[in-house]
Design a protein around this ligand. Structure first.
Ligand code: UD1
Length: 344
């Protein structure tokens, strides 16, 4: 075994894909998840893909006693990948304290325990949301951090500051902060994927649910933006490519491939695609039509944002390689699998 890694939020969307890649790379994985936005059956999906069932602890990372017990019961945790967080932008506006409490307490508890248990590094899930509406695209890691437009976005900014301050205080840990652009798609096996609770707020789950007939029509939020076709532009990154970046980042910290105690990387493809182009790509890749109509803008949306992934490409030696059409096919196969299993 290469080492023992704690993955918080490991049964969630990005977490589960990362657990698979960690196991494929030879790491031993311990998951903690409170199952607030995921399902225990995700463990079966992971096991089907890798042949290994990760250790699972059902618990909440906001509870220091639960986390302490986890470290006691699973000695020798070398690294942490922290996915455990609340992530719905709209809900965060309604319930700001829940978001600040969950996201910040979890991080503080983990940071507090790391030196105590000799855990060397933590990979933190951040977001391109920290750049707000960028002054120019593509966005690199030196772009200014803009005032957050939601409590969710603010928890990402504050979390980055907490990690920075803690490391600057001389704490004996390392960290890599990963700023994701828009993660989409599912594992090519269709054994794991995104399982949104209730009516999806994000584009791809709404799109695949519309394509399969659960939703009548996809609303495209605005076609009057200053973009070639008028719809918003994003950098849609395949979730398996994204998961692999976590394994590379982790190895970089644990194997001391860098002198730096804290590094930040953008994770995107470097290509901006509009919402309408994405719908086209889905239809082309799957042959399935997506009924859609143009409606008004969604408040708080960024007009256009895509990544400059050069630093991750060159320094981490990682690159997003999956085509958008393959990614769309994987999202569709996952939706079909959910139907087959009678889940949706
Ligand atoms: C948002 C957050 C991001 C967060 C991500 C996942 C911001 C600025 N961005 O990304 O930090 O990590 O959610 O929760 O806070 N769209 C439609 N119809 C739909 C749904 C979406 O047209 O039914 C459009 C949106 O207007 C947007 C694009 O699709 O232009 C992507 O939307 P979405 O998937 O919700 O992600 P973001 O808003 O980019």
């Amino acid at each position: 075994m290469k080492g023992k890694i704690l993955v918080t939020g490991g049964t969630g969307y990005i977490g589960s894909h990362t657990v698979v890649e960690l196991q494929n790379a030879g790491y031993d994985v311990v998951i903690i998840d409170n199952l607030s936005n995921s399902n225990i059956e995700v463990l079966d999906g992971i096991e089907k893909i890798t042949g290994v069932r990760p250790v699972f602890v059902k618990g909440d990372c906001t509870d220091l006693a639960t986390l302490t017990k986890l470290f006691e019961d699973n000695p020798g945790i070398n690294g942490i990948i922290n996915f455990a967080a609340s992530k719905a932008v709209g809900e965060s506006v309604q319930k700001p304290l829940l978001y600040y409490y969950n996201n910040l307490t979890t991080l503080i508890n983990l940071l507090k325990l790391m030196p105590q248990y000799g855990t060397k590094g933590i990979v933190f899930s951040s977001s391109c949301t920290v750049y707000g509406e960028p002054d120019k695209n593509p966005v690199d890691e030196t772009a200014p951090i803009k005032k957050a437009t939601s409590p969710y976005g603010n928890t990402k900014q504050i979390s980055e500051e907490i990690i920075t301050d803690y490391i600057n205080s001389g704490a004996p840990i390392k960290s890599i902060i990963l700023r994701y652009f828009n993660p989409v798609g599912a594992h090519p096996s269709a054994e794991i994927g995104e399982l949104p609770n209730g009516v999806p707020q994000n584009l791809i789950p709404y799109l695949t649910q519309t394509a399969i007939g659960i939703r009548k029509e996809l609303s495209v939020f605005g076609d009057d933006y200053n973009t070639p076709d008028g719809s918003c532009i994003r950098d849609f990154i395949n979730v398996v490519d994204l998961a692999k970046a976590h394994v590379t980042a982790l190895a970089r910290m644990l194997e001391d491939k860098s002198e730096e105690k804290l590094e930040i990387f953008n994770l995107g493809t470097g290509v901006g695609l509009s919402v309408l182009e994405l719908i086209n790509s889905f239809e082309r890749a799957t042959g399935v039509k997506v009924p859609h109509k143009i409606v008004g803008r969604r408040s708080g949306d960024i007009e256009k944002v895509w990544a400059e992934p050069k630093k991750a490409n060159e320094v981490l030696g990682w690159k997003a390689t999956t085509s958008i059409d393959d990614t769309m096919r994987s999202a569709w196969n996952w939706q079909l699998k959910l139907r087959e299993r009678g889940i949706m």
